[in-house]
Design a protein around this ligand. Structure first.
Ligand SMILES: [Zn+2]
Length: 257
C-alpha cells in the first residue's frame, strides 16, 4: 500500500451542531445534514475505514474499493453529544485530528485570529474513549499553526512532538497527520516520513500524494446530489484537475492585490 497513492474519498468535518454560534456556521453542519451524509454513505454501499486500519490490516487496492474516510479536525468535545453516538450506532469509524497543546483546552487559534467563539476541545479521557471505540486519533500538530509560514525546525518540532505526545497519552502509534488550515510546508514528505507518519492530509493540493491527500468538506448547503457527487470517483478526478488551477488563481490574485 505504501507505494500506491490512496484513492479513498476523505471527508473533512469540524462541528456537528444545530443552531451553532454564527462564528462557527462556516465550519458546522446540522444533525440532519450529518445524518444525510451517513445515509448517503450507506446507500452507496460504502464502508468507513481509518488510516490505522489501512496500515495495521495492510489493506490493498481491492480492499479499499468501497471505502470512505470520515475525518474531524480540532476535536470539539460536543462531537460526543451527537456525532460519535450516531457513528457507533451505525458501526462506523472516523479519524479525529487533535492539536496536542490544546487537549482539554479551547480553540485559542480561532479566537485570536478570527474572533471566533470559544469551543471546548476533547480531554485525555475522551481521546482514550475514541481509541477504545476503534476510532483513530491523528495529529493536527501541537499548536495549530500554519506550518508553511515557519522554519523547517519549528515545523518539524510541531509535527514530531505532537506524535510523541499522542503516542505517550494513548499508548498507540499515530499514523496520520492533518496539516492545520490545510497549509502544507516545504519538505513535508521528508518531515512526515522522518517523524514516522504514513499519511498526511491536506485540503487543496496541486499534486496529491499520500502525504498531501485531498479532502472535501460537506457543507450545510450540500443536498443529497451534491453529497453523492463528492463521494464519487468523478469528483476526485475533477479535483485533480481543478485544484492546481484554483491554487494558481489564488496565488495570482494574492499577488495582484
Ligand atoms: Zn484545525
Amino acid at each position: 500500500m505504501s507505494r500506491l497513492k490512496l484513492n479513498t474519498p476523505i471527508i473533512m468535518l469540524h462541528h456537528i451542531a444545530n443552531q451553532p454560534h454564527s462564528s462557527l456556521e462556516k465550519w458546522c453542519i446540522s444533525h440532519e445534514k450529518f445524518l444525510e451524509l451517513l445515509n448517503c454513505i450507506e446507500q452507496k454501499g460504502l464502508q468507513t475505514t481509518t488510516f490505522q486500519e489501512i496500515v495495521e490490516r495492510k489493506l490493498n487496492r481491492s480492499d479499499l474499493a468501497n471505502k470512505v474516510i470520515i475525518s474531524f479536525d480540532d476535536c470539539p468535545a460536543t462531537l460526543f453529544d451527537f456525532a460519535i453516538p450516531e457513528l457507533i450506532k451505525r458501526g462506523m469509524k472516523a479519524v479525529f485530528y487533535m492539536p496536542t497543546e490544546h487537549i482539554d483546552g479551547v480553540n485559542t487559534w480561532d479566537i485570536k485570529e478570527y474572533g471566533m467563539i470559544s469551543v471546548e476541545l476533547m480531554n485525555v479521557t475522551q481521546l482514550k474513549k475514541l481509541v477504545a471505540l476503534g476510532m483513530e486519533v491523528g495529529s493536527h500538530g501541537e499548536k495549530h499553526i500554519k506550518l508553511d509560514t515557519v522554519t523547517y525546525n519549528v515545523a518539524y518540532a510541531d509535527i514530531v512532538n505532537s506524535k510523541y505526545t499522542l503516542e505517550k497519552l494513548l499508548e498507540h502509534p499515530t499514523y496520520s497527520f492533518a496539516y492545520p488550515y490545510g497549509k502544507v510546508p516545504m519538505q513535508h514528505e521528508q518531515m512526515l516520513k522522518k517523524a514516522g507518519y504514513k499519511f498526511g492530509l491536506s485540503i487543496y493540493t496541486s499534486l496529491e500524494s499520500n502525504f498531501t491527500l485531498r479532502r472535501f468538506a460537506i457543507n450545510e448547503g450540500d443536498d443529497r446530489n451534491a453529497i453523492n457527487l463528492k463521494l464519487s470517483k468523478r469528483y476526485q478526478m475533477m479535483r485533480s484537475l481543478y485544484d492546481p488551477l484554483f491554487l494558481l488563481l489564488n496565488k495570482l490574485l494574492s499577488k495582484a492585490f
